[in-house]
Ligand binder design. Sequence first.
Ligand code: BT5
Length: 317
Amino acid sequence: MLALLQKNQDTFLSTREISQTLDVHPYVVYQAIKELRRWDFKISSEKGKGYRLLETPDFLLPSEIKRNLKTKILGKNILSYHTLGSTNQLGFRLAESGAGEGTLIVADEQTKGRGRMGKSWYSPPRLGLWISLILRPDIPPFKAPGLSICAGLALAQAIGDLTGMDAKIKWPNDCLINDRKVGGILLELSAELDRINFVIAGIGANVNHLPKDFPKKLSSVATSIRAERGKEVSRIKLLASFLQRFESIYLDFKKNGLAPQRRLIKRFSSLLGKKVTVRFGKEKIEGVAEDIDDNGSLVIRTRKGKRTMRAGEVTVV
Ligand code: BT5
């Protein structure tokens, strides 16, 4: 129905025309119009003429996402929800029951958005991109963290594509604009010792929040693309650009590992050359962030020599 209205945006379509073309009862047409309006599609109706689509909202519907997409694998299969607990949680369940590589799960709002290690991710309706991708790379599990950096890099590039802004990646899983967190990546794995069954790559990006849309405890650390740019951004376009960027990095990563991306990763990195503290469990390491190696680990130069960190929480000092 939506595709039909979109194709005929310059004319009115009568209920009869729609119901005949789609081979449905006129009552179904009436119900569908009601439902589309509920989703904020602006549809004008005139007696004797029928319906005409005036405006499509920035909604993450599969048909809208597909219209903008040029990828081969990522987003071939799309599941889009008004509200979900967590796209990662659903992604995990779907992957366990066999959903294919590249399946994309999108939610307009998450009520139990997850960060790492049981932390939560604030995901209000309409304002952000809250998505998960099911990936099935044939790589050993220890290489998986590299994917988090790849996804962060793709997000930073996509933000740059759309806005020209200089977004950065902060190892291991943050995306920053002007030193504030605009996005985060959560990788969840199902694996055996030497082989990955699947990876759920969860990506959260704050897109159209105004500063007042963030809860108090996030207001000094988080930002959105709109807050930094002063202008709204199309979530659909950002998603399309992200998926395209991520697909090309991901396909290369599956074949050649992280090495070919290192130059870009280093260019986009917010940490290299800075004095940092890395916390990992009870350990606390201080030094200068020197490199990100071929496994996606952060190399720190400490007073006692080099340390390679596979994971951790970094603060710039
Ligand atoms: C992350 O965790 O940064 C990973 C976030 C991944 C979210 C996506 S959304 C789609 C998919 N489905 C999910 O359920 N999750 C993924 P971490 O590095 O642990 O950061 C979490 C911390 O960031 C929180 O403890 C807050 O301090 C902060 N935070 C929470 N919500 C935020 C937001 N919207 N923007 C910026 N910072 C936020």
